[in-house]
Design a protein around this ligand. Structure first.
Ligand code: S3P
Length: 202
């Protein structure tokens, strides 16, 4: 059985002071929230807001990979190749899943790997949330961001759309909750998620 490695390092987990006291999950409630979805789905923005509301830590998987490699994601793709990036992604995921009371924003491609999916499935008290939106909306959002041209997976639009199409059912399959985000602000999405995930206390 694949299990999450106990976390040795906390560096990539943000430890900013929280406005809210840490919410200790009740039995049956998740102790870890994992946000998945394609690029531009708002995983990082929503993850940070959600962690802040829960008084939990926030970890962005891409940032953790960059910290481990000492290179940016585009540099890893360009200098070491996508396969190397994916290996680092799996190692980083195993490490960050060791932390309780954490919101984790996955990279858009992380759930394509079977080992990563098993790890998510087998880590106790872990709820995966899929932030869904149509490809055109996601592309628009990405192109509005300052680092748009640097995103390796966006370099070839046609291939990006193919990746989006093939990943959609994977995101749906691993997620306990799916939220269609195209008509919601990040704040509204967080409210909706809190109601879904912690119905009594949101
Ligand atoms: C990727 C998405 C990126 C990053 C890398 C590969 C993908 O993360 O992990 O560029 O394969 O879709 P975001 O989804 O956070 O942009």
């Amino acid at each position: 059985m694949i299990t999450a490695e106990p976390a040795a390092e906390l560096t990539a987990t943000e430890t900013m002071p929280r406005r809210t006291p840490t919410r200790r999950p009740a039995p049956g409630q998740p102790a870890r929230l994992v946000l998945t979805g394609f690029m531009g789905s708002g995983k990082t923005t929503i993850g940070r807001l959600l962690a802040d509301r829960l008084g939990w830590a926030f970890t962005d998987l891409d940032t953790e990979i960059e910290r481990r490699c000492g290179l940016t994601v585009p540099q890893i793709f360009a200098q070491l190749g996508e396969a190397h990036f994916r290996r680092q992604e799996s190692a980083a995921l195993a490490s960050v899943l060791g932390h309780p009371r954490t919101v984790i924003a996955l990279g858009g491609g992380a759930p394509e790997d079977l080992g990563n999916r098993l790890l998510l499935e087998q880590t106790p008290a872990t709820a995966v949330v899929y932030l869904a939106a149509p490809f055109a909306t996601l592309l628009d959002r990405c192109l509005q961001q300052p680092n748009a041209i640097e995103r390796p997976v966006l370099a070839d639009r046609q291939k990006a759309e193919q990746r989006f199409n093939s990943r959609q059912r994977i995101y749906q399959r691993i997620a306990a909750h799916t939220l269609e985000t195209s008509s919601m602000s990040p704040e509204q999405t967080v409210e909706a998620l809190l109601h879904q995930l912690f119905p009594k206390s949101a």
